[in-house]
Design a binder for this molecule. Structure first.
Ligand code: XIL
Length: 449
């Protein structure tokens, strides 16, 4: 009987508590977000990790911070209160050899919790997968492009392991070196030159005169044509003299041949102001400034267009008469579909028959020229690999005396200028995001056999 009463009383208490809680609406309950607990980072790679944390009751989302300092004063721009709807997120694009800190808050309605505990994690450099280094396998110079702010870490490790020739991607162009009248800026070039010298790398200069890197003060030049010419002479002389003996070769003029207008020469500001023989003048000034420097003419569609090829060889012949040119650069921005081996061979044959040095200067091979892929399929990766192999095979067969270098225009696919240029996804290079090598890299090595 007594037991029964106790049971009834307990039931009554529970019931009234339940009724009490039901009688209050959600609005009336103070909505306070609980505090999540952060777990240790998982899935560590050499460029990222997965952050994860406990679930907070009725949280709408979470706010994640990632910083390179423990006091969170140096938050990464993409991870500054990043709103996350899950309990986990992949943090990407981090630098190896760097320590990162993360913390998270929960959001529930208007309420934001205090910070979780802080998780610290270090991104360890794992480097590329072991493979034969390109420069060890090749009997010719293998080149990579560089940027002055990417001469450290894994990028540098790979450059030093695989390459013996470097080209500046954009910092040795006129708009960068000569941004305003009378004022040069050699900060970036000096860094690149020092890197090349310190590491015993051949530095190819690219490019003194290019219609696409003309500073605006030159486009809108104030002065006579004669003054313009004096300015160009002074510019070429200043730059070539400054790096005499350090920059072993220069693309003096880049892309002077016109595409399709019927005129042999592009109507650049240099042609307009200095006349048709502007090219010759530029080579004369460069030659005079550093007689030992190898002077190149560089252009694209050298293989794919027979008309353009003829125009390029004509420029070379004119310069060669006066001993003003040493080599030709074929840019080699090509695709897995073409140009054909025979067309590439025609570039080589014309160059070798003129006894000029051959630079396959800007190799990248589009795997997605028709933009019909959203990821690199195994099939396409093999087709791309085969093209890499074909190009290297052709270069490898050039007489040693005519081989200058084979330079690849970029390291990781995501860094390729083509993504921006074509405005769609592609994977034209030889390294993945995590610096592991792609099939195209194997293709390069196979082309050497
Ligand atoms: C590209 C670089 O990759 C970019 O970083 C830059 O902004 C524009 O130029 N032909 C050339 C190279 O000769 O200099 C170009 O490089 C690619 C096309």
């Amino acid at each position: 009987m007594k037991k029964m009463k106790i049971k009834q009383a307990l039931l009554l208490i529970c019931l009234s508590l339940f009724v009490l809680s039901c009688s209050k609406s959600d609005e009336e309950v103070a909505v306070i977000a609980g505090v999540p607990s952060a777990y240790a980072a998982v899935n560590l790679t050499d460029s990222g990790f997965t952050a994860n944390w406990t679930r907070v009751y009725r949280a709408d989302n979470y706010l994640l911070d990632v910083s390179t300092t423990a006091d969170f004063s140096t938050l990464l721009p993409n991870y500054n209160e990043l709103s996350v709807n899950a309990l986990t997120i992949d943090i990407e694009g981090l630098d190896s050899g760097t320590t990162y800190y993360y913390r998270v808050r929960a959001v529930r309605g208007e309420s934001i919790s205090t910070f979780s505990n802080v998780i610290v994690t270090e991104i360890i450099s794992t480097g590329p997968e072991p493979t034969t280094a390109l420069k060890e396998a090749a009997n010719f110079n293998v080149g990579m492009i560089v940027r002055s702010n990417r001469l450290t870490g894994i990028t540098s490790d790979i450059i030093l392991r695989e390459y013996d020739n470097i080209t500046s991607e954009y910092e040795m162009k006129m708009d960068q070196m000569y941004p305003s009248k009378g004022t040069y800026d050699f900060t970036a070039v000096d860094k690149i030159v020092k890197y090349a010298t310190d590491n015993n790398l051949n530095l190819h200069g690219h490019a003194l005169i290019w219609h696409n890197s003309v500073p605006s003060w030159v486009t809108n030049f104030v002065g006579t044509d004669a003054e313009f010419e004096t300015m160009v002479k002074e510019y070429i002389t200043t730059v070539v003299t400054r790096y005499k003996g350090k920059v072993k070769s220069w693309d003096v003029v880049n892309e002077a041949v016109d595409d399709g207008s019927g005129n042999p020469l592009r109507n650049s500001i240099f042609k307009q102001k200095m006349g048709n023989d502007y090219i010759k003048k530029c080579y004369q000034w460069a030659r005079a400034a550093d007689p030992a420097c190898k002077l190149f003419y560089n252009d694209y569609n050298f293989a794919s267009s027979a008309t353009k090829r003829a125009a390029i060889f004509k420029i070379a012949d004119d310069l060669k008469k006066d001993n003003l040119i040493d080599g030709l650069g074929a840019q080699m921005h090509i695709s897995y579909k073409g140009p054909a081996a025979s067309e590439i061979q025609a570039v080589v044959d014309g160059t070798v028959s003129r006894n000029l040095l051959m630079h396959f200067a800007e190799l990248d091979i589009q795997a997605n020229p028709d933009n019909n892929l959203t990821s690199l399929t195994p099939e396409r990766a093999i087709e791309q690999k085969n093209k890499y192999k074909e190009v290297v095979k052709i270069f490898n067969a050039i007489p040693a005396a005519n081989q200058y270098a084979l330079t690849v225009w970029g390291m990781r696919d995501s860094e390729s200028w083509l993504l921006d240029f074509w405005g769609h996804i592609d994977w034209p290079l030889m390294y993945n995001e995590d610096y592991s090598v792609k099939k195209s890299h194997t293709g390069f090595l196979e082309g050497l056999k």
